[in-house]
Design a protein around this ligand. Structure first.
Ligand SMILES: Nc1ncnc2c1ncn2[C@@H]1O[C@H](COP(=O)(O)OP(=O)(O)OP(=O)(O)O)[C@@H](O)[C@H]1O
Length: 254
């Protein structure tokens, strides 16, 4: 059974524009898959439907054997502990320290009051340090997040996702705000997470070449429809042109 199965998923924010059209998509445990497509194709919306950050309109998302759309609030919270999320703009709390931001990844395991009071076990704190060490930013642990570079902040974001002990990490354009060096560091870490820890990664990307370099499999979205889904080497120039239309040549040479 795949870890994630999306069936006949449709989504519109207001009934005028159909953002996702009948999406069929499944992802096995340990896969590293990239979703590409032009701006507005529905990549972020698809990721957000998977963990129900936006409500599913019709169709189903099955994660780890559970129907995401059918979960009540409490069960959805529990299910989300298994799904980490990494954002383009990091979504950290700027005035809090690095270690505090990482520990926020444990909120899903706490009672509301425990989370509010910041009650974390020694084991959790040690785990947070270990992760910061693994990502090469342990020396920043007590700095406020807003004192870090973009690349460092994204590494904090990765630690926050990992401390959840997720089965799946959804990455919504994780390198869109980063320079090439920092982008490489982040993509290398994501790849390592997938190969060493066996965590499934779905990564939305604007950079086709990066997707081809890192992902085993690429899914191409165009106007809310999956128009390509296959092994990365099969994404030929004409397939890319089909996904992007006129924008292609410009994107490819970036
Ligand atoms: N909260 C929202 N309310 C209304 N419309 C939205 C909302 N979020 C996204 N949209 C619309 O849905 C469509 C798809 O947006 P989405 O962000 O999913 O695309 P995307 O492929 O991720 O684009 P980008 O690469 O630019 O981030 C766009 O037309 C967008 O304007």
């Amino acid at each position: 059974m795949p870890l994630l199965e999306v069936k006949e998923l449709n989504k519109s924010y207001n009934s005028e524009i159909q953002v996702l059209k009948n999406i069929e998509f499944s992802v096995g445990a340990g896969e590293f898959i990239s979703i590409i497509g032009p701006s507005g194709a529905g990549k972020s919306t698809l990721l957000r439907c998977i963990n129900r950050m936006v409500e599913i309109e019709t169709g189903c998302v099955f994660f780890d054997g559970k129907d995401v759309g059918a979960q009540n609030k409490k069960d959805l919270r529990r299910l989300r502990t298994n799904i980490g999320m990494i954002f383009q703009h990091y979504n950290l709390v700027p005035r809090l320290t690095v270690i505090e931001n990482v520990l926020h990844g444990r909120f899903g395991y706490k009672s509301t009051i425990g989370g509010v009071l910041g009650l974390f076990t020694e084991e959790e704190k040690q785990r947070a340090f270990d992760l910061l060490e693994k990502l090469g930013i342990a020396e920043q642990a007590y700095k406020r997040c807003d004192q870090l570079s973009g690349g460092q902040q994204q590494r904090v974001g990765i630690c926050r996702a990992l401390i959840q002990e997720p089965k799946l990490i959804l990455c919504d354009e994780p390198i869109a705000s980063l320079d090439p060096n920092s982008s490489k560091i982040i993509m290398d870490h994501l790849k390592q997470i997938s190969t060493e820890l066996g965590i499934t990664c779905i990564v939305n990307l604007h950079q086709v070449e990066v997707a081809k370099d890192y992902a085993h499999r690429i899914s191409g979205l165009k106007q809310g429809e999956v128009v390509f889904d296959g092994a990365s080497p099969l994404l030929s120039q004409d397939k890319i042109e089909h996904i992007y239309g006129m924008e292609t040549r410009e994107l490819i040479t970036v």
